[in-house]
Each structure stands twice: as C-alpha cells, then as structure tokens.
Design a protein around this ligand. Structure first.
Ligand code: GTP
Ligand code: MN
Ligand code: MN
Ligand code: MN
Ligand code: MN
Length: 209
C-alpha cells in the first residue's frame, strides 16, 4: 500500500506520505490545513525546439526554500478555496486575474497527509503559448517575487539523445511536498506525456563521464 516509487499511482494508495483522496470528501478533512497549487501550461504542436518536439510548455517555480514546486498556497481561514488559489497565483506570479482565472473545471486531484495534517488540491490552467510567454514576463513584478518565489521555470518535456538530459535530469531535482507526483500525474492526465515516456524517464540513468 505504501510506495515510494510514486509511479503509477491510484486512489487510496500512498505516495510517500500522501494519500490520493476524493475531492468530494474534502469536508472529512476540515480539521486539516488545505493548500491549492496549479500547473499553468500551454499545448505546443509546432516544432519550437530543434532538438526535440515537446507537446507542451509547463511552468513550475523555484521556491525560497530551494525546492521546486507549483505556484499556489494555503487558503486563509474562511476564504473560498478557488479564491485563495487565484489570490496566491496573483501574489506569486503576478497573474492577471482579469485574463486568467482558475475555476473548478481545472481541478485535477487531491491528496492528504495525516502526519502533516495537510490536504493538497491540484489544478491545471491551460493557456496558449503566446499568453504563457506574457505570464512569464510578468512574474518578476509579483508581490512575492524575490522572497517566496525565486523564479519561474519551464519543465523540459523532452529527453535528449543520451537518454538522460532533459526530463529525466529535471526529475532528479528536489521537489516540495508531492509536487513531483503532481507533475507526473498531470502530464499523463493531460496527455502531454505518455505513461511509457514517464516510466522511461523515471528509469533513465545518467551516463558516467
Ligand atoms: P505563505 O504565503 O508563506 O504562507 O506560503 P503559501 O501560502 O504560498 O504556501 P505554500 O505554497 O508554501 O504551500 C503550503 C505547503 O504546501 C508547503 O509548506 C508545502 O508543504 C506544500 N507545497 C507547497 N508547494 C507545493 C506544491 O507545488 N506541491 C505540493 N504537493 N505541495 C506543495
Ligand atoms: Mn504564497
Ligand atoms: Mn506558495
Ligand atoms: Mn499564503
Ligand atoms: Mn505569502
């Protein structure tokens, strides 16, 4: 039941400390802290890179604590959950909420850690590549840029010819909470990577040089 390999995962199994739960059961966890995070992404079909053809462009952030994670955060007591997520996206990314707003339609999945008394809800907000570039360009003016957030990064969604550089190498970084699993699950769910591409990336080993 308890797995540290994190892939693939199914409901009611644990990944590290986190159990995948039904969002409809979130009120069972009303005594827990709730955090909401979001993947902002665009689909790409045209050849943008000469080396590879990633099917999408996905944003993560370098956090103040040195871990990679997604923008988002804790919902304030009494605050509407989706409002809290959009507020965090504005604070951390300077997201223009008149143009881009997360709604319940963007929900992906939820997880709960009883040892941390933390319930995590994950969303994915689709935009176009030109809009995503505008979102990136605004990040340095975010309220929390330079303190909570040290930068926005694109995930390399390709594997280079040595079989390791690119996505497999990216996965060796340190990720906060269950952000790595949120990334893997959502890439598969959105069909930005196939299950086989994800398994291959997780199995890849760097070449000794
Ligand atoms: P403050 O505004 O400083 O309170 O932080 P915040 O509200 O932005 O909260 P934060 O984004 O740090 O999220 C709260 C907790 O959720 C963190 O302490 C982590 O344990 C966890 N967490 C943060 N980012 C992620 C993420 O991208 N994925 C997952 N699964 N967990 C995360
Ligand atoms: Mn925050
Ligand atoms: Mn945050
Ligand atoms: Mn916060
Ligand atoms: Mn804050």
């Amino acid at each position: 039941k308890y797995s540290s390999t994190a892939w693939p995962f199914v409901k009611d199994t644990y990944i590290n400390d986190f159990k995948v739960i039904d969002y409809s059961k979130k009120y069972d966890y009303s005594k827990s802290t709730h955090a909401f995070h979001c993947m902002v992404y665009a689909r790409m079909n045209e050849q943008t890179f000469t080396i590879q053809r990633p099917r999408g462009c996905v944003l993560m952030q370098m956090r103040f604590d040195g871990y990679l994670g997604f923008p988002g955060g804790l919902v304030d007591p009494g605050e509407d959950a989706i409002h809290g997520l959009n507020r965090e996206l504005e604070e951390e990314m300077n997201l223009d909420l008149t143009k881009h707003k997360v709604t319940e339609k963007d929900f992906i999945f939820s997880q709960h850690s009883s040892s941390r008394n933390l319930t995590l809800h994950f969303y994915a907000l689709e935009t176009t590549l030109p809009e995503l570039e505008k979102i990136e360009a605004r990040v340095q003016l975010a309220k929390d840029y330079g303190s909570e957030v040290l930068g926005i990064v694109r995930v390399p969604l390709y594997t280079m010819r040595d079989g390791f550089r690119g996505f497999p190498a990216f996965l060796t970084h340190a990720f906060i909470g269950s952000a790595r699993e949120q990334l893997l699950h959502t890439l598969q769910h959105l069909k930005l990577l196939t299950p086989e591409e994800i398994s291959d990336a997780l199995a890849a080993k760097p070449h000794k040089g």
